[in-house]
Design a protein around this ligand. Sequence first.
Ligand code: E4P
Length: 223
Amino acid sequence: MKLFIDDAHLDEIKRLYEYYPVDGVTTNPSILSKVDQDPRKTLKEIREFIGEDDILFAQAVALDADGIVADAHMIVDLLGKNTVVKIPSIPEGFKAIKQLTKEGIPTCGTVVYTPMQAYLAAKAGASYVAPYVNRIDNMGYDGVEVVKEIQDILDNSAFDCEVLAASFKNSQQVMELAQYGVGSATAAPSVIDSFVKNLAIDGAVQDFVRDFEKLTGKKAMTD
Ligand code: E4P
């Protein structure tokens, strides 16, 4: 499963890139609004840091198909290759995805709350569909189960599309979907950190150092 950082703060992106095996960055207008500068400048800075080989997701803002297509052209001109344009999975969005697919511009059907939306976005030509796990949970449904249903639909179709599971509140939700074979997930830095935030792990690591120190008086092989 590919793992993306769902954040736009460059310091956090740099920190996670240093420590974790991540594949790129996902954003949306709300995430970008948390950085106090023009969102296009932020996106450009993220692209400059992650390089052209990793994937950067940026969302179209317009809500009509022509406007979405124009936004997509601007996003790709700005951010170059390996950029995926996120487009809300609504009728105007499907129309735009169909057009951009003809032009060879990769898209992600986002704001997915139901398997039907994912089906239509994938059939329109989206390379990814992004269901919102935690937001679905908050509506009283089971977000992880909805993502599994979408994965089943994609597995049983010929669509060239993968799930980008999004909107997580904990690492267990991510791992359950990794186990199910979901292609990609994006999570906030705090959720990625929580993958290994565990007193048992910290204790075991400290025990090894303490045992070495008891015998040698040193905390590392090279001390
Ligand atoms: C990603 O595609 C979504 O924009 C994002 O993960 C939504 O996350 P949130 O529900 O935490 O805002």
